[in-house]
Design a protein around this ligand. Structure first.
Ligand SMILES: Cc1ncc(COP(=O)(O)O)c(C=O)c1O
Length: 401
């Protein structure tokens, strides 16, 4: 027998920055019998979830859905729009930017990687300088991770557009919104993004297994001339068949049921309220961290993430040993430090299906865990968070109608 719940009673707190808690409504939707993906009902499902995802991406352009994790949608963005040897400009914001770079290099692209300290977002000034220096327009795409899940730092995608425009550079703009979509405001059309990459397992409140590309007309035109080999990821074939309500291969039918339900929940709450709720929980979390006397990893308040908060461990204390104590004592999973941050930070995910009391429970688990693990800190973090949540300063969360 496979043991998935190591605790005898109560529910597990899954407060990693994705996969996130899946709402009961979504679980019930996924639980329905699988239908014929070439049958008459299926086309309505396809059309409905694609239309809903366009609202989430804030685009009139095409959106495709892959039965794949986010990494698949990263690959799809690059192989559809680019050719072998093309130069790509990326910014080292953290672990996920580094993984996207590695993927690009494995595909035969030449990556210009602007160095970063993993505590700041991508610098629009440095990017504009790099673009201006590229008089021959060898750079074919600028790729940026909107919300760096490994650090809890947001990069301004709108500023990336401005940098491209000010440098009069024709490169495509690609944005990874895997941990910001449906949590932090994102505007594919308004910000002139050419390819946006998304995933199901974070703000969309679904299990892992679906990922997305939103594709501008410019990116679609580029894909007709682009030469990187592609088959499964091919946009043209997908879009042609999607237009009839179907997929070129077997779609993840039950995850699409879940997506349909999750979209209904997001639209009922209202995307602006969803973003305000994330802002509220992020601010309450940061107040708890400050009260504990610990540091938020993100150095720039304007770049704080509303999806997650990364917290620096005091010197001489291992973040993974602390996380183990928290899991063993309180059945609470916290995010680990990734790449060069392994053991140095822990991350609290406060995105997706979440509310004030879930946050209070999470912060209580962290505060009790700091004491149980012997990590130097002050008490009062949960109190600070509660005081903020109860104050008029905190943006209100939408009440159900
Ligand atoms: C910002 C970001 N990009 C890309 C990925 C990779 O996605 P996946 O693990 O679903 O393949 C992740 C995963 O957490 C992520 O947070």
């Amino acid at each position: 027998m496979l043991t998935l719940d190591r605790h005898p009673s109560g529910r597990h707190f899954l407060q990693i920055p994705g996969p996130t808690n899946v709402p009961d409504r979504v679980l019930r939707a996924i639980d329905r019998p699988t239908i014929d993906h070439r049958g008459p009902e299926f086309a309505d499902l396809t059309r409905s979830v694609i239309a809903g995802m366009k609202r989430v991406f804030k685009t009139q352009a095409d959106v495709v859905i892959y039965p794949a994790s986010g990494t698949g949608a990263w690959e799809a963005a690059l192989v559809n729009a680019l050719s072998p040897g093309d130069h790509v400009l990326m910014a080292e914001t953290g672990h996920f930017a580094t993984l996207w770079k590695r993927l690009a290099e494995r595909l035969g692209l030449v990556v210009r990687f602007l160095p970063g300290d993993w505590r700041h977002g991508a610098s629009a000034t440095a990017i504009e300088r790099e673009l201006r220096n590229d008089a021959a327009h060898a750079i074919k795409a600028l790729c940026v991770v909107h919300n760096e899940t490994s650090t809890g730092v947001v990069s301004s995608v709108a500023e990336m557009r401005t940098a491209l425009d000010r440098a009069a550079h024709p490169a495509l703009l690609m944005a990874d919104t895997i941990s910001s979509l449906a949590s932090i405001d994102f505007r594919h059309d308004e910000w002139g993004v050419d390819v946006t990459v998304g995933g199901s397992q974070k703000g969309l409140m679904l299990p892992p297994g679906l990922s997305f590309n939103a594709i501008s007309p410019k990116a679609l035109a580029a894909s007709k001339a682009a030469k990187l080999p592609r088959s499964y990821w091919d946009w043209q074939e997908m879009l042609a068949i999607n237009a009839k309500g179907y997929f070129p291969f077997t779609p993840a039918t039950n995850l699409l049921y879940g997506l349909h339900e999750a979209l209904e929940m997001l639209f009922a709450e209202g995307l602006d309220h969803v973003f305000a709720r994330h802002d509220r929980h992020a601010e309450a979390t940061r107040r708890a961290v400050r009260a504990w006397g610990l540091d938020v990893l993100c150095s720039e308040p304007a770049e704080y993430s509303s999806s997650l908060t990364a917290i620096v461990m005091p010197d001489g204390h291992d973040a993974d040993a602390f996380r183990k104590v928290v899991l063993d004592h309180y059945d609470l999973s916290l995010g680990q430090g990734l790449g060069r941050l392994t053991g140095k930070i822990f991350r609290i995910g406060h995105l997706g299906w979440f509310n004030d009391l879930m946050l209070c429970g999470t912060l209580a688990g962290v505060e009790m865990g700091l004491a149980a693990a012997g990590v130097p800190h002050r008490t009062g973090g949960v109190d600070a968070a509660m005081a903020y949540l109860a104050s008029p300063a905190a943006p209100r969360v939408a009440q159900a109608a």
